[in-house]
Write a protein that binds this ligand. Sequence first.
Ligand SMILES: C[S@@+](CC[C@H](N)C(=O)[O-])C[C@H]1O[C@@H](n2cnc3c(N)ncnc32)[C@H](O)[C@@H]1O
Length: 342
Amino acid sequence: MSRAVERRLADADAAARELRTLRDLMRWAVSRFEAAGIAYGHGTGNAFDEAAALLLWALHLPPDPLEPWLDARLAGSERRAATELVERRIATRRPAAYLTGEAWLRGLRFACDERALVPRSLIAEALDEALPQWLELHPRAPSWPASVLDLCTGGASLAILAADRFPDARVVGADLSADALALAESNRAAHGLQQRLELVRGDLFAPVRGRRFDLVLCNPPYVNEASMQALPPEFRAEPRTALAGGADGMDLVRRIVADAPAHLADDGLLLLEIGHEAAHFEAAFPGLEFHYLPVSAGERMLVLLEAAQLAAAARRPAGPARKVGAPSARSVRTRAQGGSRP
Ligand SMILES: C[S@@+](CC[C@H](N)C(=O)[O-])C[C@H]1O[C@@H](n2cnc3c(N)ncnc32)[C@H](O)[C@@H]1O
């Protein structure tokens, strides 16, 4: 039997020496990432986007667009810095955002390091798209939301995006991790939100006891234990407490759903990310009525719960699945189809 042909790939020194343009380096970086089999999912989903993010950052260029610079020739020192960063990404298997110290989400820049999850919540997209669409069919007062809680705020990316999207709202970001909140403070200062974004520390709703909110956003730890065991190194570089949700991923979600009624205004909403855990969510809450808000990553990755639905569930003993009566938007699913973190 003849052996498969071996493929060759330039090492970083040869690449820095012999390649010339950003297009050359893009091609080389994609080849290196493909050959190394790194994992994506921290803001990019493939080798090309990962290479673009890292190379543009290394060259002090804005995160997009890439196209105008592709045929620019690079100085030798720039090529060396860029190729070293690509090699570092492969050797360390740390997410690109931890190497560069920044992450971009919906056009905003966030400082980012191992103290908190790399910002990439699907809730960010929903704040701009699926939630406003849902609200068109389920209108609130023009002043809504006057108050927003970002539960499990981490580095506060969602709290800051909420403050940006709802400029009249007062926002609270809550987290158990002092490390994450220290990073959140840097981000709050960088976005000039010291007056409008309050950061509090404690177990879930404990630091906001007695307070109610119009909108609660929550991207909790929800990865089930079997998936945790299979995490690629990039995801293991993140705090385990930001990801692990117990055997079925629902440990914290159960407590959030149980405690949310006491923290929502009458027309309040809880927007909860569950990623690929839709089956576990549905199994954990058989009698609960809720809506799925679709995002580009999937149709059953975000759950929207109205205060009345949560209150009804709190009154009702667990029982068989109930059909949702509330009308749903064309783009909004109620208890339908699937979709995450790793
Ligand atoms: C998935 S991360 C979300 C971070 C951020 N909201 C985002 O979307 O990038 C979950 C966060 O929940 C926090 N957390 C874990 N257990 C908690 C608890 N019992 N009470 C409050 N926060 C908790 C973790 O520290 C982590 O920052």
